[in-house]
Design a protein around this ligand. Structure first.
Ligand code: F6P
Length: 319
């Protein structure tokens, strides 16, 4: 293999730049050229290619976002779009691709591989909702961002003796809410995987009040449903002053944690090593300390389960 490409697609995640850097530098180390594809699969269709060199990835390991930009391409979901992408890659002499992103990115990677371009997927999403890997690039950073926000909101919640409902991202999954709720000592955590009744939340609040707790933090994953309705219900049932804080897009930005940079560096490098070994249609994952790879089609059919022990522990520790 003489020339490969790298792209980032879907929602950006802190650590994507560290992954791009690892792909570029590992490939160059092995005398392989690297093409950066701008704007994900959309850039692939439109031939938005830039030649990457060692300097092009200097000073990015600590930056959030992605220097290659990202997009959610509707065009790439069509057969015609995918064929055009393959055509552009062939014209540019690209023999393999590393696609960094979430499950949509992996579906695209699997489709490209079927069309003849060896592709490896690197899990980059704050949501951590990718099976076969305990961590995705960006998850550790977002959890730290949310915990930092909880700490700050707790200051004002304590001062005003209020209930705070905080909505966090995660699409249809509750991994961010669970990890940040456990680390931030949230009084209740609502996630889509485990249906919970608002009356239980209010019972928790009342129990806390009875033992002198003057404030509560309720962490709600966006996938649970309309957070405004949930907040209204809590206000009505508890009769207490309640405020809602939707953290929104600050969760996607910021400098990646050391853990995310190390994870991204290891995963990016492994993706290149796999391509050079002739492997294809794989996704990279981490289990314990070990970097592993899995058949991407098979991985896409698996479901990542929420850690029930952690969920139960969060409940026990918030009594
Ligand atoms: O997948 C990452 C994520 O930030 C989700 O948590 C969120 O639901 C979604 O992207 C938001 O997407 P968009 O950037 O298209 O609004």
């Amino acid at each position: 293999m003489k020339r490969i490409a790298v792209l980032t697609s879907g929602g950006d995640a802190p650590g994507m730049n560290a992954a791009i850097r690892a792909v570029v530098r590992t490939a160059i180390y092995h005398n392989v050229e690297v093409i950066g594809v701008m704007r994900g699969y959309s850039g692939l269709i439109h031939g938005e290619f830039v030649k990457m060199d060692l300097g092009s990835v200097a000073d990015i390991i600590h930056r959030g976002g992605t220097i290659l930009h990202t997009a959610r391409s509707q065009e790439f979901l069509t057969e015609d779009g995918r064929q055009r992408a393959v055509q552009k890659m062939k014209e540019a002499g690209i023999e393999g691709l590393v696609a960094i992103g979430g499950d949509g990115t992996f579906r695209g990677a699997a489709a490209l591989d079927k069309l003849g371009i060896p592709t490896i997927g690197v899990p980059g999403t704050i949501d951590n909702d990718i099976p076969c890997t305990s961590l995705t690039i960006g998850f550790d950073t977002v959890v730290n961002t949310v915990v930092d926000a909880i700490n700050k909101i707790r200051d004002t919640a304590t001062s005003h003796e209020r209930i705070f409902v905080i909505e966090v991202m995660g699409r249809n999954a509750g991994f961010i809410a669970l990890a940040a709720g456990l680390a931030g000592g949230a009084e209740s955590i609502l996630i889509p995987e485990i249906p919970a009744d608002v009356t239980t939340v209010v019972d928790n609040i009342r129990r806390g009040l009875a033992r002198g707790k003057r404030h509560s933090i309720i962490l709600v994953a966006e996938g649970v449903g309309d957070v405004r309705e949930i907040t209204e219900k809590i206000t009505k049932l508890s009769g207490l002053e309640t405020r809602l804080s939707i953290l929104g897009y600050i969760q996607r930005g910021g400098t990646p944690t050391a853990l995310d940079r190390i994870l991204a560096s290891r995963m990016g490098a492994e993706a290149v090593r796999l391509l050079l070994k002739g492997e294809r249609a794989k996704m990279i994952g981490i289990a314990g300390e070990e970097i592993k790879s899995f058949d991407i089609q098979w991985a896409l059919q698996q479901k990542k389960e929420i850690d029930l022990d952690q969920y139960n522990l969060a409940g026990i520790l918030s009594i």
